[in-house]
Design a protein around this ligand. Structure first.
Ligand code: TF8
Length: 334
C-alpha cells in the first residue's frame, strides 16, 4: 500500500511539473545568424541546434537559421545581439575582442597543439570566465564550437618560409593581434569581414587569406586560390551567443532548454568538424590546389619571429590570464 501511494504521489508531482514546465515554455521564433553557407560545418550545426531545440521544447521554441551572413557579418550580428534586435548567432571569437579584450588570447599564434587541448581550455575555467565577461556587454555566451586550426591560401606562391609572405596582401580577421601577427610574419595584413572575402579574393583585392580546411572547402576558396599551405598557426573557436536583452525575457525553463540544445550542438559540431576536415582535404587535393606543409623547423622560426607580438599582447591581455591559459594547456597535454 505504501509503495502504491508513493507511485501515485510521484506520478502526480510529475504531472504537475509537466504542466508547470509546459506553461513556462511559450511559442517563440528565434533568429539565429551565421556567416558561412548552409553546406558548411557551421550550417549543419545550426540546423542540428534548431532541430534539437524544436524537439526538446515540443515544437514551441522554433529557430529560423540565416546563413551566408544574411543577417550581417560577425561584428554586425554581435552589435545586433547587444542591442536586442537579433536573438542568437554563432561567430568567431576574434571580432569579440573588441567587446571583451580577453578573447584576443585565441589569436595568439601557436598556442594549442591539438583539438583536445582547445576543448579543455574552452570548456574549462578560462573559456567559461570569458563567456561570463560578455554579460556586461549585453551578450550571453553559451557554448564553443570548433572553427579550427587555420592554414594559409593565396594566389601567388607556395609559402615554405615566412619570407615567402612578403608582398602578399593577406586578409585577416578584424582585431589588432591578428593584424600584428601577420604583418610581423612579413605579409601585408588587411582586416576585412569574412562576408566580403570571396569577392576580394576573386577580384584580387587581396592575394590570400587564412582559415581552417573545412572553410576553404565549403566556401570554395579553391576556385580562386591555387596555393594552400598547412601551417596550423592558430586555433579559432566559434562561440554561440544570445542577446541578453532577449534572454532576460525568457523563463528559466526556456533558458534551460536553449542551454541543453546548445550543448548538444557543441558535441555534434566538434565531431562533424573533425570528420569533415579529413574529407575537405581530399576535396582540395582533387580540386587541384597545390598543397605544401611548413616544416617544423620553419614553424619554430615563425614562432620566434612573432614572439615580440605575443609578448606585447600578453602584457595587454593580462599576464595572469595567459599564464592560466598555458597552465591549462600543459595539463591537457600531459
Ligand atoms: C573568419 C572566420 C569565419 C567565421 C564565420 C564567418 O575568417 O574564420 O569563418 O567567423 O563565422 O572570419
Amino acid at each position: 500500500f505504501k509503495t502504491r501511494i508513493l507511485v501515485l504521489a510521484t506520478a502526480l508531482s510529475c504531472a504537475i511539473a509537466g504542466v508547470a514546465s509546459a506553461a513556462d515554455v511559450k511559442p517563440r521564433l528565434i533568429r539565429f545568424g551565421y556567416g558561412l553557407n548552409e553546406e558548411s560545418v557551421q550550417g549543419r550545426a545550426a540546423r542540428h541546434l534548431a532541430q534539437e531545440l524544436e524537439k526538446i521544447s515540443g515544437g514551441k521554441l522554433r529557430m529560423k537559421t540565416f546563413g551566408s551572413a544574411n543577417l550581417g557579418s560577425d561584428e554586425q550580428m554581435q552589435s545586433a545581439l547587444a542591442g536586442g534586435v537579433q536573438e542568437m548567432m554563432v561567430g568567431s571569437t576574434a571580432p569579440l575582442a573588441g567587446m571583451v579584450k580577453e578573447f584576443g588570447v585565441f589569436d595568439l599564434p601557436f598556442l594549442f597543439n591539438s583539438e583536445k587541448e582547445a576543448d579543455a581550455v574552452l570548456d574549462g575555467p578560462v573559456g567559461q570566465d570569458m563567456l561570463k565577461k560578455l554579460e556586461a556587454k549585453g551578450i550571453i555566451g553559451l557554448v564553443y564550437w570548433e572553427n579550427g586550426f587555420r592554414n594559409m591560401t593565396n594566389s601567388k606562391r607556395p609559402i615554405a618560409r615566412a619570407e615567402d609572405l612578403q608582398g602578399i596582401k593577406l586578409r585577416v580577421m578584424q582585431n589588432q593581434i591578428a593584424l600584428g601577427v601577420f604583418n610581423t610574419l612579413g605579409a601585408n595584413a588587411v582586416p576585412m569581414p569574412f562576408s566580403e572575402l570571396f569577392t576580394a579574393l576573386e577580384t584580387r583585392t587581396v592575394d590570400g587569406q587564412e582559415n581552417p580546411i573545412t572553410t576553404i572547402q565549403s566556401s570554395k576558396f579553391y576556385e580562386v586560390q591555387p596555393f594552400l599551405t598547412i601551417t596550423r598557426h592558430v586555433y579559432t573557436p566559434w562561440v554561440v551567443l544570445a542577446s541578453k536583452k532577449w534572454w532576460d525575457t525568457l523563463s528559466p525553463e526556456e533558458q534551460k532548454l536553449i542551454r541543453q540544445a546548445a550543448a548538444s550542438s557543441r558535441d555534434f559540431e566538434r565531431q562533424d568538424s573533425r570528420a569533415d576536415s579529413q574529407k575537405a582535404m581530399a576535396t582540395l587535393e582533387k580540386a587541384g590546389m597545390k598543397i605544401n606543409t611548413v616544416s617544423p623547423e620553419e614553424v619554430a622560426r615563425m614562432r620566434q619571429k612573432v614572439q615580440p607580438v605575443v609578448d606585447k599582447y600578453t602584457q595587454e591581455l593580462g599576464p595572469e590570464l595567459v599564464k592560466q591559459l598555458n597552465d591549462e594547456i600543459l595539463k591537457a597535454r600531459n
